[in-house]
Design a protein around this ligand. Structure first.
Ligand SMILES: *Cc1c(COP(=O)(O)O)cnc(C)c1O
Length: 412
């Protein structure tokens, strides 16, 4: 350090610190990738400014368009889901809304499965409706229902496997076979449940190389990273994955103009969660299957909904496409015997399970839903009563079953 004869002014001190010349040596390697944060990205000169292209990953222009840290997360998610391009959004719901905003205009029609994620349905009913886009619902277990819902104005079809709350596993093969006849319709899947682990969304229906082309995979996979990739119950983020550069660019331009940025601290947490995700998913899955099997023996329940249970809606479709089954199970209380207040009492009696939305973290969660008016197709259509969804965390399975057992005892 050079010695100073006079004390520096505060503004000189500020300048010294802002323009500090020290640079740490390169080549640092650690277990996790470094976290680069930026709104501003600095260009070496005007030539660099003019030549830099924000639309691809050849360089950096502005924090909103990517830093080395977001690029690493995007590439790892693409590998996970079998896609080629990834966009990050501030939540799973923002990722879903982005797809609708980028691809639909007034006069277009959107098809949603009956058991679509509720807030996705609300976005269609309110914002998309207000912008002149018509939503038509189809039965995800019946490919003919999808075929008859399609019209020349259909531009986007959403699939969800398994369906939200009621966990019917859709006839993915049949639905995609219908959609193969409509190559101009974009097919998007909410893949939060499958998480890139239960099945490959871009190669669905490709049973063997010989029948390749018999069906089609999806064009877009959306993943609420809030769930399994985070695994902590403490991060909100979403991703939109594609395998087509043109489609990716359409989505990316809207993404850019909407200014959908993500926080780099959150990206860091996701990069930390991803390496353990497959093991956590397997643990959630194994525990949930044990609990679902135990629930099947409960006389208080009219139905146990879990795609890997024989008899659960869409079980055969689950079997055709998946080996794994995530960590959700729903149970329908016998409506003739238990009022919704009694079922609320059951929920309140649980001690290990906590009442809360979302899933994918270590803590087991419970949420009651009224069935009245919830479904227009399938076995639950027109039914009343209460459904309780369990999101199985990473606690000891025996402790979770004991907790359920004492809550059932309180119900009687
Ligand atoms: C949670 C969830 C979302 C939305 O994710 P957020 O990050 O909470 O907005 C979307 N789809 C499904 C199926 C989900 O479970």
């Amino acid at each position: 350090m050079s010695s100073r004869s006079q004390p520096r002014s505060l503004s000189e001190a500020a300048t010294d610190l802002i323009h500090h010349p020290y640079e740490a040596p390169g080549g640092f390697r650690s277990v996790q990738p470094g976290v680069f944060k930026a709104s501003t990205v600095v260009f070496e000169d005007t030539a660099a400014l003019r030549s830099r292209e924000w639309k691809d990953k050849s360089g950096y222009t502005y924090g909103l368009h990517g830093t080395p840290t977001t690029f690493v997360l995007e590439e790892r998610l693409a590998t996970l889901e079998g896609g080629l391009q990834t966009l990050l959004a501030p939540s799973g719901l923002a990722a879903i809304a982005l797809v609708g905003m980028a691809l639909l205009k007034a006069g277009d029609e959107l098809l949603l499965p009956d058991n679509v994620y509720g807030p996705s349905r609300d976005f269609a009913r309110h914002e998309l409706a207000q912008w002149g886009i018509v939503t038509v619902f189809y039965d995800p277990l019946d490919a003919a229902s999808l075929a008859s819902a399609l019209s020349p104005r259909t531009k986007l079809v959403w699939l969800e496997a398994a369906g939200s709350v009621t966990l019917e596993f859709p006839d993915l093969g049949g639905l995609l076979r219908v959609l193969r006849e409509h190559p101009d319709v974009v097919v998007a899947l909410d893949n939060t449940w499958g998480a890139g682990l239960a099945f490959n969304p871009f190669e669905l229906g490709v049973v063997a190389p010989a029948v390749r082309g018999d069906t089609r995979g999806v064009d877009i996979s959306v993943h609420a990273l809030t769930k399994y990739p985070s695994g902590g119950g403490d991060v909100l983020m979403g991703a939109v994955l594609t395998r087509d550069e043109g489609l990716h660019l359409r989505l990316k331009l809207t993404h850019m103009r909407l200014g959908l940025g993500v926080g780099l601290n959150d990206v860091e947490l996701l990069l930390r969660g991803l390496p353990s995700m497959a093991l956590r998913y397997a643990a959630h899955d194994a525990s949930t299957r044990q609990i679902a099997a135990w629930l099947q023996g409960r006389p208080e329940l009219a139905r146990v909904l879990h795609p890997a249970l024989p008899g659960s809606p869409g079980h055969a479709h689950w079997q055709a496409h998946c080996t794994a089954a995530a960590g959700l199970v729903s149970m329908v209380f016998d409506g003739g015997r238990f009022s919704s207040a009694q079922v609320d009492g059951f929920v309140d009696a649980l001690r290990v399970f906590k009442i809360g939305y979302s899933w994918g973290g270590p803590l087991s969660l419970v949420m009651p839903y009224g069935l009245q008016g919830m479904r227009r197709f399938g076995a639950l259509a027109g039914q009343g009563g209460t459904l309780v969804r369990l999101a199985i965390g990473l606690e000891d399975t025996g402790a979770l079953i004991a907790d359920l057992d004492q809550a059932f005892a309180a119900l009687r």
